[in-house]
Design a protein around this ligand. Structure first.
Ligand SMILES: Nc1nc2c(ncn2[C@@H]2O[C@H](COP(=O)(O)OP(=O)(O)OP(=O)(O)O)[C@@H](O)[C@H]2O)c(=O)[nH]1
Length: 320
């Protein structure tokens, strides 16, 4: 162990024995590597690692640079919190791995692999550059954590509006590219929520929002996504969905909400109104969301506690 890096494994991994051989870059002889060369190498590696805050890019840079002095076939990196797994090159059966830790905080594990055993000299060279690697990795993890936090609504734990815009841009792009895979948007708005806050207080109102979020999340599929769009409004993005599937999902959520006893007054029920828009070649997601929102307002004006689908384009035939 040195500099807070624990080499936890070195030897032959039996599971990798059938991995096909790959062409490996010839390493520069470590015997001729001077202290000055190593200093230069560390400086160059450090400069390159400062160019990104993406963990997978950091591992790729390390892979490219390390191969100038020590031949490795693959580098795997994994971290539990935040949960990240990435790799560069190709895994082989001989491996050495290092736990990246500083001030008792673990920043993940780096595993170097190749088809031949690592020599003592190679191991000590790899270990000697780990201190150059740990700070960029630590910064990248902090950045990733901050980005994730910025995308989460703290009350419900759902993704927020910022995350929604990123996800919907991607989904619209996918629906446009694959004509056989469409998508639907559902806007959900709790009915008379102001009256709930006024009568039972904001804490009860908050717990209603959390429970509605849970009902939605447990009803939709893993490939779908739910966002907190505004105060008492939620937006669901149903991937690869027809308009009729969107209606089935909405109705399931609507009935589940209407059946749930949210309030101290068990007899009093809460309802929500739903608006659906099915993708119809919109150029951007705000147009699609606007249609779903208009449909939701129609549900409100028609008496609330119901689902309205925006009827345009190919939706009629799907619902027939
Ligand atoms: N408890 C709580 N209330 C919130 C939160 N965000 C927004 N609200 C409340 O949500 C209420 C929304 O009220 P309105 O927009 O009038 O809508 P509504 O009473 O649900 O009426 P309809 O939508 O027409 O059925 C307001 O009283 C907001 O203060 C929140 O995070 N927690």
């Amino acid at each position: 162990m040195a500099n807070g890096f624990t080499q936890i494994n070195f030897g032959t991994s039996k599971s990798g024995s059938s991995t096909p051989k790959m062409a490996e870059v010839q390493p520069i002889s470590l015997e001729s590597l001077t202290a000055e060369d190593l200093k230069d190498f560390r400086f160059q590696l450090s400069s390159q690692l400062q160019t990104t805050l993406e963990v997978d890019q950091l591992i790729n840079i390390l892979y490219r640079h390390l191969n100038k002095i020590v031949n490795v076939s693959g580098i795997n990196y994994r971290c539990k919190q935040p949960s990240i797994e990435t790799a560069a090159g190709r895994s082989q059966k001989h491996r050495c791995s290092y736990q990246l830790s500083m001030s008792k905080i673990n920043y993940g594990e780096i595993i170097f692999t190749r088809s031949r055993r690592f020599s003592e000299k190679e191991l000590s060279t790899i270990e000697s550059i780990m201190d150059v690697v740990i700070f960029p990795i630590k910064n990248a993890l902090k950045y990733q954590e901050a980005m994730t936090t910025a995308m989460i609504d703290p009350l419900t734990g759902l993704s927020n509006r910022g995350a929604m815009s990123v996800a919907l841009t991607r989904e619209i792009e996918r629906a446009r590219r694959h004509s056989d895979q469409s998508m639907s948007i559902v806007v959900v708005d709790i009915d008379h929520f102001k009256a709930i806050n006024d009568r039972y207080g904001h804490l009860v109102g908050d717990s209603v929002l959390r429970t509605v979020a849970q009902i939605i999340q447990t009803t939709i599929r893993g490939c779908d996504a739910c966002f907190r769009w505004g105060g008492e409004e939620f937006l669901i993005c149903l991937s690869n969905s027809t308009a009729s599937l969107a209606q089935v999902v909405s109705e399931r959520i609507r009935v589940a909400i209407a059946k749930t006893a949210f309030l101290p007054d068990k007899e009093r029920r809460i309802t929500a109104s739903f608006g659906i828009a099915h993708y119809d070649g919109e150029s951007d997601w705000p147009e699609l969301v606007e249609r779903a929102d208009d449909a939701m307002y129609q549900a409100k004006t028609q008496g609330r506690n119901q689902t309205v689908t925006s009827l345009v384009g190919n939706v009629h035939s799907d619902l027939a």
